[in-house]
Design a protein around this ligand. Structure first.
Ligand SMILES: C[S@@+](CC[C@H](N)C(=O)[O-])C[C@H]1O[C@@H](n2cnc3c(N)ncnc32)[C@H](O)[C@@H]1O
Length: 268
């Protein structure tokens, strides 16, 4: 990182207000948080698409383990010039200090673009405010450049996309819904299911085999659904996971919709 970028977020070196320094434009650019997908390219608000067209730079995260950015795949067919895209390798390190440094460095890069007068968009999958690293990026940017004008567009959560793809209503009447990253043990998941009408289960990964075992043991697997890689190559949509025999990757990038009791019929 070069010296001038490092200075951007160094509180020991207060910056001149925008306009006072001939190198800094009178107006800083705008920062847009945009959720894309999950899956099909058209799944984003019209206002967010306009922001993507307006932005001069679009940051898109890519998991270190992935060859391609999933958020980037969700842009297919949207006519966004590749020259605007800036892929950032995603840090999943459990070490908090490494993570903090990662997000501070990212915020400095974004701030440098904003101070150059460029509008910047940052892509996430689904809704930016739901289980997303966007929250960390936003906090780091606010600290680094408090005056940056920020607009976050709500996106389509993966569970809304799953419910729509499966034709599986999420909560009717006064049903209680719990949205939950998959716990590590079957006993806590069983308790969560027993105390709610509907459980939306995210971040399942390698836990899928025992989750399926639990649902079968509880006798509710027939009314539970799984959606994996919605709209992406290798998509799995399964409206009833009793006797589920899907591919090994089905737990990854997957969301389950779990009902404690079979859905009530409301028509004759
Ligand atoms: C880091 S969270 C992102 C959540 C996202 N911001 C949202 O609004 O749903 C990752 C989790 O989202 C869900 N997810 C993301 N993309 C998905 C897809 N294409 N199909 C099914 N589930 C998906 C999975 O549960 C995955 O473990």
């Amino acid at each position: 990182m070069n010296e001038s970028r490092q200075d951007i977020c160094n509180p020991a070196q207060p910056r001149a207000p925008a306009g006072a320094n001939p190198d800094v434009p009178a107006e800083v650019g705008r920062f847009f948080g945009v959720g894309v997908g999950p899956g099909p390219a058209g799944f984003l608000p019209v206002a967010a698409l306009e922001a993507l067209h307006r932005a001069q730079v679009i940051f898109l995260p890519r998991a270190r383990s992935a060859e391609q950015s999933v958020a980037g795949q969700c842009l297919a067919g949207l006519d966004i010039p590749a020259s605007k895209l800036r892929e950032i390798e995603f840090e999943m390190d459990p070490d908090r200090s490494i993570l903090r440094e990662h997000y501070s460095a990212l915020a400095r890069d974004i701030a440098a673009e904003l101070l150059a007068g460029h509008d910047v968009a940052y892509l996430t999958i689904g809704d930016p405010m739901t289980f997303s690293t966007y929250g960390y990026t936003l906090a780091a940017l606010r600290e680094c450049l408090p005056e940056a004008p920020i607009r976050t567009f709500p996106g389509i959560t993966s569970f809304a996309a799953a419910a729509a793809a499966l034709g599986w209503p999420l909560g009717e009447g006064k049903e209680r819904i719990l949205v939950l990253p998959c716990p590590d043990d079957a006993d806590s998941l069983r308790r969560d299911i027993e105390t709610h009408d509907v459980v939306v289960l995210m971040k399942i990964g390698r836990r899928l085999p025992w989750v399926l075992g639990l649902l079968n043991e509880m006798g509710i697997a027939a009314q539970c659904a799984l959606a994996a890689r919605i709209g992406l190559p290798g998509e799995v949509l399964c409206a009833s996971v009793r006797d589920f025999d899907g591919p090994a990757h089905a737990g990854y990038l997957s969301t389950m919709l779990i009902r404690r009791q079979a859905r009530e019929q409301r028509h004759v």
